[in-house]
Design a protein around this ligand. Structure first.
Ligand code: GLY
Length: 589
């Protein structure tokens, strides 16, 4: 790590301030102090971190450090992802973990191929389309569905980690768990974000005894700076490290999951051992859209991410955003209405294409997007927006859906010394997921509430309705941008369905507005999905509210807590950024 230390110090040498680290970051810094300090200094100054060989950007210093150690020792991006994910599941348990699901996009430096792994949760075989409806067929209230066993899908993240390691790993599997096990056994320092979220969710967390015992010991929420141990999680990791993920999908760990779900007080679910036993990740083709002569590639169905980001950018391709600039309301009129048009198609057509026919190619066909782009000609906000008619070789019609997705989730971007690139967005869905903690020391997801609660509307089926074995539609948008087949940008974010806007904005900031990657991440958010323009509170974006209203948009100033982690691959090397709205950092060598 001494070598790593020097490179990062050099990368951050333009920074002359010194900062005091928060306690949770100091714990990571105790092992590699100068690197972590430099990464914090870079982030606090809005500067990119640069490196020549490898880089990792993710949501917590301890998790980044775990991945960086693997990369510094010559491990692949897939190896580093596993080490990072198991620590994220401990130190940022509200966002992702082995009780959840994930999507991974991989650029292979040897073959030049892009591959995606779908590690999305599946609905139990015992569900019906009325899973989230009351006895009258009306949708349940969101949190009545979320909290408890009903919303828990079969976790996919452990199987995804194993598949990525099998395909692309070069480090012994058990080594990837060392940091996670040590931190779970010895304790980690609770971060301010975790403490704040526990305090604000205390009532829901307190409904289930194991969850309450962990996050609210003696009835008091854990506080920032506390040291929290999780021996049950350490034991689960030890088993996975030794026996592989089979020990997760069968045996005591699986029995603990099923028992927790089926016996959730007040809201039991229907997950069974067989659902876990048959779970499989899927290798799928990446979905790409053309933007500024680049290929913007990501996760296709069951995620709506790559299709919706691709549609937004594809429609904007014929407009000169670079000439308009980031502060011009006209640029945001175009971006906002392109996004609304894309979200209209998303609501009509996008779901798990293994279960419903989908016009996947038609949705990002440049000629279709060029037609849709004509709707943006101006001069005002579109009065109404509806789904288009992409080329679709299927006669089935769908109704528009109304899935609710609230922000949580986490994103990991990695480039390794071999030139492979990895973009992975990982989630347990809502903050703290279903709030159920399995005996194995991890939270269980509530991913099934990403399905539409309604199954039909006006006699037409909704594409994203609940079905046995189906994967709920996601907005996660792990992205790799290619130029002439080579990666130039690795990016993604948490944030529910606003993920799509965060990722599109970062790509536009970097590619059209010439911002370095940290500045593109920092650029204030303006996100429009369904008509109302969300404007990031307390930022310079507020100056755009009045002009956007003059175009005819309703606006809503609010906090927009993305967690963008990105790496740009330039002719000079790697440039990384971490979202100042969350606690992550970048490390590289
Ligand atoms: N649950 C967040 C997403 O999949 O988009």
């Amino acid at each position: 790590m001494a070598h790593l230390h020097q490179k990062i110090l050099r990368a951050a040498s333009a920074i002359v301030i010194s900062i005091s680290l928060p306690a949770y970051a100091q714990q990571a810094a105790d092992a590699v102090a100068p690197e972590i300090t430099s990464a914090y200094e870079a982030k606090s100054q809005g500067m990119t971190v640069t490196s020549k060989n490898w880089m990792i950007s993710a949501a917590n210093p301890l998790a980044v450090q775990a991945g960086a150690k693997i990369l510094a020792a010559g491990g692949s991006a897939a190896d580093a992802m596993v080490a990072t994910q198991v620590v994220l599941g401990l130190v940022e348990p509200q966002s992702s973990g082995i009780g959840g699901g994930a999507f991974l996009v991989w650029y292979d430096s040897v073959s030049g191929n892009l591959t995606t792994i779908d590690g999305r949760e599946t609905a139990p075989m015992n569900v019906t389309p009325r899973l989230f409806q009351d006895e009258n067929g009306e949708p349940l209230k969101f949190f009545d569905a979320v909290v408890g066993g009903l919303s828990v899908g079969t976790p996919g993240t452990p199987a995804l980690m194993a598949k990525a390691h099998e395909l692309w790993g070069n480090t012994n599997w058990d080594q990837l768990f060392a940091d996670g096990i040590t931190l779970a056994d010895d304790g980690f320092v609770v971060s301010p974000r975790l403490a704040t979220l526990v305090a604000s969710d205390a009532e829901r967390l307190s409904r289930f005894q194991p969850t309450a015992d962990y996050f609210l010991p003696g009835g008091t929420p854990i506080a920032a700076g506390d040291t929290l141990k999780n021996p049950a999680y350490a034991e689960t990791l030890r088993q996975i490290a030794i026996d592989g993920v089979a020990s997760f999908y069968s045996g005591a760990t699986a029995e603990g999951i099923v028992d927790t779900v089926q016996n959730a007080p007040g809201n039991p679910g229907v997950l069974e051992m067989q659902d876990l036993a048959v779970y499989q990740v899927k290798i799928r083709d990446a979905v790409c859209a053309v933007y500024r002569a680049h290929d913007v590639c990501g996760m296709g169905p069951p995620s709506s991410g790559a299709l919706t980001v691709g549609q937004i950018l594809g429609m904007l391709d014929s407009y000169d955003l670079s000439g308009l600039g980031a502060e011009n309301p006209e640029a945001w009129r175009l971006i906002g209405d392109a996004s609304r048009l894309a979200f209209a198609d998303r609501g009509r057509y996008m779901a798990d294409s293994d279960y419903v026919p989908m016009p996947t190619k038609g949705l990002v066909d440049p000629s279709y997007l060029a037609e849709r782009a004509k709707l943006l000609a101006g001069p005002n906000a579109l009065e109404s927006v509806s789904a288009g008619t992409p080329t679709f070789d299927h006669a089935m019609l769908f109704a528009d859906d109304e899935s609710i997705e609230l922000p949580s989730t986490s994103h990991i971007s990695i480039v390794d010394a071999q030139g492979n690139a990895l973009s992975m967005t990982t989630t347990i869905e809502n903050g703290f997921g279903s709030r159920l903690m399995a005996p194995g020391g991890f939270l269980l997801n509530n991913e099934l509430t990403d399905f539409s609660f309604r199954s039909h509307r006006d006699g037409f089926a909704i594409a994203n309705r609940v079905e046995p074995g189906k994967r709920p539609r996601s907005s996660m948008s792990p992205t790799i941008v290619l130029k002439d087949g080579k990666p130039v940008l690795v990016v993604g974010s948490p944030g529910g369905s606003r993920i799509i806007g965060y990722v599109a904005k970062t790509i536009i900031g970097y590619m059209d507005w010439g911002l370095n990657i940290q500045s593109a991440i920092n650029l204030p958010h303006l996100v429009n999905r369904f008509g109302t323009y969300d404007v990031e509170n307390g930022t310079t974006a507020m100056a755009l509210e009045a002009p956007l209203q003059a175009f005819g948009f309703k606006t809503n100033a609010r906090s927009l807590t993305s967690g963008i982690h990105a790496i740009a691959i330039t002719s000079d090397g790697l440039e990384g950024g971490a979202d100042p709205r969350r606690e992550g950092i970048v490390l590289g060598e």
